[in-house]
Unconditional design. Sequence first.
Length: 251
Amino acid sequence: MQDFINSSSSEMLPSTSSIINQTVTTVTSLFFLGIILFITTFLLLLYRGLIVAFFMNLFADEYAKNVTNVFSKTQFVIRGYIVGLLIEMIIVAAAYATVFLLLGVKYALLLAVIGAILNIVPYLGVIITAALTALITLTTNSPGTVVWSVISIIIIHMIDSNILSPRIIGSRVKINALASIIGVITGSALWGLPGTFMAMPIIAIMKVVFEEIEPLRPFAILIGDDTEVKSLSKPVLNRIARSVSRKKIKK
């Protein structure tokens, strides 16, 4: 399918630049990827009873309760992840709209909504948003407005990637920021663009499984929310404080 798309785009657009051909190929590939993900999700939901029955029969009867808990928690975690994505999109859209309106960009609300939707696509989304905003703004505003629009998009993306996303999505699925960043990088290295989408849900499911398997619970603590774990440095500080106070009393 990928080879067919590449050859078709080359034959249909022989006189256009390579940038346009690459853009058409990328958009078409993302379109087919979205269709495949939709069909896969639909089939997983359709045959969820068979999947649950498979795991119930795969393990012994004494582990039936653990299997049921894993599926229940997984459903809750995935729902929380989707809600976190929606909240992040609303915040990013509001930030884009505010900046664009202050700069006097035409079609500010439309560009803000498009940018928030494209923000779901890691790395590539912000590039498409900046390019689209620059092209539209260049035809309706001054070059200075174009530069400030692109700079604003980059700043908002950096704040979202390093602060908002780990806190909003990571807190919904109870995964700390370090595990979130490492998971996204690992998913991107192993599976490219789809891996960046699936990294957080896979880590969340792994955490649920680790919590139900006693030998693997330390790994669940490692990738879990650090607010749930009490600081281990407090007892050390308390011992130091007590030793200092004892020395003062002896003197």
